[in-house]
Structures are given as structure tokens and as C-alpha cells.
Write a protein that binds this ligand. Sequence first.
Ligand code: CS2
Length: 499
Amino acid sequence: MMRAVDRAVPAGLSLSRLETGGCPSTAGIDDEKMPRLSASTPLPTDVITPGYDRASLKPGILHIGVGAFHRAHQAVYTDAALAKEFGEWGIVGVSLRSVDIVHDLRAQDGLYTVIARSGAGDSAQVVGSVVRGLSGTEDREEILSLMADPAIRVVTITVTEKAYGYDPASGGLDRSHPSVAADLADPRAPVGVVGYLVEGLSRRHAAGLPPFTVLCCDNLPTNGRIVRRLVIEMAGARDPALANWISGQGAFPCSMVDRIVPAATEETRARAERLIGAEDELALDTEPFMQWVIEDHFISGRPKWEAGGALFVSDVEPYEKMKLRLLNGSHSLMAYLGQLHGLTYIRDVIAVPDYREKVRRHMAAVLQTLDPVPGIDLEAYQAQLVERFSNPGVAHSTRQVAMDGSQKLPQRIMLPAAEELAKGGDASAFAYVLAVWMAYLAKVAEISDPRAAELKAAAAKSAPDDPSAPFFEIPGLFPRALVENGAWRALVNAELEKL
Ligand code: CS2
């Protein structure tokens, strides 16, 4: 059970939504308002609470991107690990852009509620592993000093695919990416994730400290290797000795992360309030399922994440291919189908027999591209996915999953398609997803994607004789092997015509 620790929130830090400008005025009804969740909130006995003494928890992990996914995933695993084997593994949660999350973390002593929902009911957990919040816009120097503090031994990351400035064509940095360009120009005042890692590592190098382990938890294939390469490239641009040191001493394990975490809504917060008896601006809805497979390569120790069910392996690749292609690939397919046909949530799409069949066909095609995955029955995994997508308690919007297609589809759809084509196999299921995406780009007026302008322009130029052509002309959007493959382009066109 969580102890009520004697660390009251200093009044000056107790920012309410009102003060941070995040929500409409509640003036006048303040007296009736629930108290805000904090370390001294008495919690109902059916709420799962941290099984360790939070008051003595010191930071050992710095996490960049303290959004919903991190809070419902790595922070929950860390909470479980601390309960099993206590150690100095508290998390400093950094948000590079959002100040609201960080202010909310401070107002709530780092505590927040994760509600695991399913047809069987709701289970609430108050997570205690996040000990501090810092924001890139307000606390840059503090973040960098912590990165150079020997107490911080692991830096974990969830910033979404588009934030890295990764150029899939070269495998290196996209130097036109705004934060990459800014951090190359002014490396001591970083704004992007790679810039922070490089400046943090540079300070450790200068101080004669070992590097921290960098653990990427974003949905990118071989994510650790990608981040390693980006960091070394950026470090090399300012100091080749630093790049050498990182290349020789650094550790960038790969990891596969999985838990479906929809963006929180007012309903989520109202639910949390009912379950815990306090107001929680950081509450999240999620599913009971979670999975984390990590390459066991850490320089200066790590929490006992296996205590929370994480799996440590020597090669993550089979797991991440399975997850990115079966789960995330199907997710993208459902998101675009939903957006095309007016279906709000993923669970609404999977409930339509015809679309469920399309998801099954997609998974069958993906299976042809996967190697056996140690310890996993792929048939059971697919059945479980359909069940997870159908979870009535998880309102995962098709609009949310449809975001950033240009950043997601390469690893989810295009890579397996290219592999299948290279083997002379049938890639029509992958062509179908691309066609549905292109139809969505043409139909939906407001899309959220870093390449939105190019994508909308291509959709506007699309002509009946070769409708996919303008998309294939967008530089770097598709792997070369696909752009130059006439049979593949004909497949995509055929699927588009059917639509
Ligand atoms: C989703 C993922 O938004 C998306 O693109 O496919 O966020 C998905 O929910 C997670 O990867 C599940 O682990």
C-alpha cells in the first residue's frame, strides 16, 4: 500500500487548471470541488497503490515524453519493479513541449490514475514512480544538469515517430527537420530529443562520467539502433571525439512496447474522480493488456522491470516486427477505414464484419513476412489482437491513430510489402492499406501529419489513369524499391479503383 508520505505540496506549486489556463473557469463551484490528488490523498482500498515508500524514492531514470503512453506503460512497469525490488529508480518526467502536464505532475506530487478497462469492469491504479516533472520550455538547464548527474543512469524516450528527425532513406538525420536543424546550429541549447541526448552525453563525457543508457520506447523498427545512429551523427557534427566515445561506450538497447492508451477525455477524468475520490488531471484510460520486450544491454544497471512482466531478450527484432506489423499495421488500416466511413472508434470498425474480415486478411498477409517469435503463438496473438481492438471500455479514436501516416506506414506497411514483393509473394493486402490511406487523404479535409501539405497536394493531383502517381513522386515517402516497382504501383492503383 502507498503510505501517506509527509511531503505536502508547497502551496506555490499547487497549480490548478485554472492557473495554467487549461480549462474553463469553475469559479463559484470551487467549494464543491473534489480535492486534487496528492501524496496525502486517502485512497479507497480497491485502488491499487504504490507498494513502496515513495518518500524515499530518488530519481534514477529521466524520461523524455511524459505523455499518456509513458504514464500507462513504462511508469507502470517501473512502479511494479520498485514494489518488488526497491532502488533509486524514480522517474523524472520531461515534456519537451507541454508545460501543462508538468504543472499537473507538480500539483499532484507526480501521482496519477491509470484505469484498466474491459467488459469485465474497471480497475484503478495510482502510479507513484514519477517523482518529478520538468518541461523543455521552462526547465532546459535543469534537465541537462540532471542528464549529467551520475544518479541518472537510464534515459527512456517516447516522443512519437516524427520527433526524431529520422530520414528513412539515408537511415541518418533529416537535416531539414526543424529541431534537428536547430540543434545542429545551437547544440548547447537543445530543443529536440536528439539534441538533448547529445548535449546530456557531452556533459557526462566532459565530467568523466559513464554515459547513461538510452532506451527508446517508440514504435520504430530497431528503435535503439536508429537513435544510436542519430545521436552519433549529431555528436560527430560538433565533436568527433564525443561521437567516438558514444559509439564505444554508449548503450542503446532496442525495445518493443505495447499498450493501447487512448487520449484522455473529460469522461476519463470524471471516471477517475469517481474511482479515487479526488480530482486527477492526469488520469488515463487503457486496456488491461501490456507488453514490454527489452534488449538486455544496460551500462549502469536498470530497474527490475521483469518484476512487472517485462521480458528481457538478446534480440527484440522478431517481437517488434510482430507488433508493428500485426497490431500497428491493422490499427492504421482500421483508422483509415473508420475515417472514410464515419466510424469514431477502432472498436466500431472491428465490429463491422466486412472490416473485421479485412483486418484478418491483413494479418494473414503479415504472417508471411514474420519469422517465428520465441515464446509466442502467433495464431493466439492475432485472436487476442481482435479481442483487444474490440474492448468496449477503450474509446480509441480512429482520428488519433490516423495521425502521422507518413511517419507510421513505412514500418507498418511499406517494409513488409517490399519484403513480400522481393520474395515474389502477394502484396495486395498491403497495397489495399495504402489505397485506403490515399482515399482518406483525398476525402478528409483536415489531416494531422508533418507532411500534410505535400500529401494533400498529391491527393488533389491524383488522376484516374494513374491515381497513386502523385504520391509516389513525394520525395522519400516510399522506399525506393516500391517507387521503382511497376507491379506494386499497379496493385495500389487497382485497389484505389475498387475503392
Ligand atoms: C497506434 C499506437 O496511434 C497509433 O498509431 O497504433 O499508438 C498503438 O495504440 C500502440 O502502439 C499500442 O501499443
